[in-house]
Write a protein of this length. Structure first.
Ligand SMILES: C[S@@+](CC[C@H](N)C(=O)[O-])C[C@H]1O[C@@H](n2cnc3c(N)ncnc32)[C@H](O)[C@@H]1O
Length: 271
């Protein structure tokens, strides 16, 4: 990792702790921004994750503090969390209806923020800034910033919500995406669709479909870190700078919670 980023800003004292990292959609984005990072996932993605990786349970607070000791000594710690979202996705509701699950079955099958100790982990790590990502229907996020691909001229919608410890405006554009991916039938897409989405998200094209789906695109990461006071000098994504800001971009810190965009589109909401 170089001391100077491409923008000439020294980010050597900054580390992003990338919890629930998966194979590393966020990790690849951080590499591109030349920001130090470490991924943590319960699965062993050491061979895929770009850079340092620790396998373990990100909801185990004591273990986490111990495993991350060296990283927590950095000058500036940014915590990124992408906890599993199956508790909150439309696909889960569809399956519950399709298979006649009893009341409470969704909660028994899929851990939510409470079971994953999300708030306890934030408190224990006590980062300079944090970002918690999830799907639009996740009601655990407090005043999230809404972001989708069309806002950056990307060929997919993929709206995601981000609770941030700092203020960032929404970046949501409405329209017809070129790439629509079915998640209703458990990722029953063609090989061609999987590859196209991987390319559009700038992740390796040999990743399995679920990893491609759940990967956060680099534009979203760069956009949020642009507003993060702890990651100095991250510019807005080029694709956004080239596009005029429309009425759809609404200041999050608007006081009155007036949102110019609707949240109806979360069909791609499984990660
Ligand atoms: C939404 S995906 C992460 C996607 C990632 N942010 C990206 O951009 O590629 C959620 C990840 O959480 C992991 N996971 C689930 N339970 C976990 C736990 N208790 N501790 C750590 N990781 C866990 C899963 O293995 C999965 O890789």
């Amino acid at each position: 990792m170089s001391e100077q980023s491409a923008s000439g800003t020294d980010r050597s004292g900054v580390v992003v702790i990338d919890l629930y990292s998966g194979r590393g959609g966020v990790g690849h984005a951080l590499d591109g921004l030349e920001i130090n990072h470490v991924g943590v996932d319960i699965e062993d993605y050491a061979d895929d994750y770009p850079g340092e990786f620790i396998q373990g349970d990100a909801s185990a607070v004591e273990w986490l503090l111990d495993a991350l000791t060296d990283y927590l000594e950095a000058d500036t710690v940014i915590l990124w969390m992408s906890p599993p979202c199956l508790r909150y996705t439309p696909l889960t509701q569809i399956n519950a209806a399709r298979y006649g699950w009893d009341e409470g079955e969704i909660e028994r099958r899929y851990p939510g923020f409470e079971e994953l100790n999300v708030r306890d982990v934030v408190a224990a790590i006590n980062p300079d800034e944090y970002i918690i990502e999830n799907v639009p229907r996740c009601d655990e996020l407090e005043e999230p910033t809404r972001v989708n691909g069309l806002a950056f001229g990307l060929p997919f919608d993929l709206e995601r919500h981000f609770e941030t410890s700092f203020s960032a405006p929404h970046a949501v554009e409405r329209g017809e995406p070129d790439l629509t991916m079915s998640t209703r039938d458990n990722y029953n897409n063609t090989e061609y669709q999987r590859r196209e989405l991987a390319e559009a998200k700038s992740v390796p094209t040999d990743w399995p479909e679920q990893s491609v789906h759940s990967a956060i695109p680099p534009e979203y990461v760069q956009y949020l870190l642009h507003y993060c006071p702890a990651s100095d000098g991250v510019s807005l994504p080029e694709s956004l700078r080239q596009r005029p800001l429309s009425d759809h971009f609404v200041a999050r810190a608007d006081g009155g919670n007036s949102r110019a965009v609707d949240t109806a589109t979360d069909q791609q909401g499984d990660t």
